[in-house]
Write a new protein. Sequence first.
Lengths: 357, 313
Amino acid sequence: MNWLTNFIRPKIRSLVEHQKDVPENLWTKCPACEGMLFQRDLTENLNVCSHCGHHMKIGVTDRLALLFDGGRYETLSVPKVPHDPLKFKDRKKYADRLKEARAKTGREDAIIVGKGTIGGAPVVIAAFDFAFMGGSMGTAVGEGVVTAAESAVKEGAALIVVPASGGARMQEGALSLMQMPRTIVAVEMVKAARLPYIVLLTDPTTGGVSASFAMIGDIHIAEPGCMIGFAGKRVIQETIREELPEGFQTAEYCRDHGMIDIVAHRKQLHETLARILGLLFDKKKTTEKVTPASGASVQNGRSKNGNGKGASSATKARAQKNVRMKARVRKAKMTIKSAANDPASAAPKPRKSSTKR
Amino acid sequence: MNKLDFEKPVLELEAKIAELRKIGNGVDIAGEITRMESKADRLRKQIYSRLTPQQKVLVARHADRPRFCDYVQHMIEDFTPLAGDRNFAEDHALPGGLGRFRGRSCVILGQEKGSDTASRVKHNFGMARPEGYRKAQRLMRMAEHFSLPVVTLVDTAGAYPGVGAEERGQAEAIAKSIETCLQIKTPLVSVVIGEGGSGGAIAIAAADRVFMLEHAIYSVISPEGCASILWRSGAHAEEAAAAQKLTAQDLYALGIIDRIIAEPSGGAHRDKKATIKNVATQIERALDELSRQDGGALLQKRHQKFLNMGRAA
Ligand SMILES: [Zn+2]
């Protein structure tokens, strides 16, 4: 690895000069297949290994950009909560750990709330920042989920929560435990308003986070290979003193055991969410027929719309949308080496009608 | 009898008293015995009024502490255990059923740790599997269906960490159990009678009123687990117990629980009946008050209570 790094570094330095922090190691070794990945390719590929498809962690703002239409969203401010309510100290003061995490991430705590659209549908997303104390859930994170839920209800938007968390924040004691019922109350508000509540489980979703809001979604989507479970592997092993089954507590394992609806590649997330939200928000799309991907059918669909009364503006908007979507797909394609099994290329045309709610 | 180190002075005194009694029953000895007994009482009170968090952990886990089954036996008439989650299995770690509490029909459920080796194994040491939490959901829904109040007794080290439990959705079962607590429109009263261990405890304790026995504990992770993660060594459990603020007194101060129920001098394990009576009295008061309220209002207040947990005052 070293010879490669040293050999390559001078050549590419110019390419990455625009980046503030040039990564020390410009080549990353995939933890799953040990394949070498050029950092810039990896970033363009949304932190997914181009050799084996292993999904590495992705920054929380990149995550939001990836999910919202056009990568655009408005960040909502989360009310502040009392810090360090227990004056907790282990080997280090919790107050100091908080300071460090804030300096490191530039964030107040381990959650960020954004508002925007997905496939044209109004959505509020609360996403966890794993880089902030392992995405652990304390009162501030609870406040973030509550803020997101309240905003979703106010706006008539869907709520999507994206956990990336080892569980409760121990340094807040039972107050962090209380964030379990608290976040569930928040979700209840969204459910009472009959708005969609979708959980996008990412690596990891465990402990008090998996055992609260993350497991009561209308729909559960997970990224491939991510760890999902309640108890930690070590604790289980110490209890049962047996080998754990292969693939234990992975997204696929949880799907096969009935806990996850869909395991979707990072590149499929936007399309998948857009389609689901379209189906849930736009229940009576009778004026437009869904256009299948094959050329002949597309033409049929177009002519039909063209003949329909008052369909011109809708068609125009849809065409614009198609252009945007095609650009998206093109961009995605560029970043994938193996376009052959690229699901985006086989995806149907966007189904969302132009009529917004 | 299970002995705790810090109880030693009292236990030694009690042993001496017992010895004196054996020796004879002269008047002089009787006076001495009385003196020694009152001294033992004072000592016991003194010790139990100054328990450290770690000592409370030991008292909360005391093998002779009254268990779910003791409470049912002493405060519930016509108890009718109901079994099974209707999906997979019956979970003996979390028994429950219909019964009559001080005249009123109710649903009662909670973790049972067992009181001897055989029953501990049968009840899986009070560590419920998903089936236990799904049965809890079923019983709570049934309570709502028949407009019955629900009483839950919390006493668990935590939900069971096993392969099968994970495969069958331990996280989902706990999450849905909390959700059910937050959906039923009938009064819900929870008492932490011993150990309130993490998600496995809150699963049945998102209640209108949450009480704790004086020496019970309630925490997001066991002191041992907390120490092994944050101090990187289980040997720091005592520090972790103190740092976590897991005593009834701490949790009351933090506004997480609504009331502390007194234990007899020397702890619940010294006098089961008196302990259970204290608990029953507080449950009855709470149910009297809660059952006067409309179901919708009750639910709204329950939501608001948990929505405020950790919020700026
Ligand atoms: Zn790889």
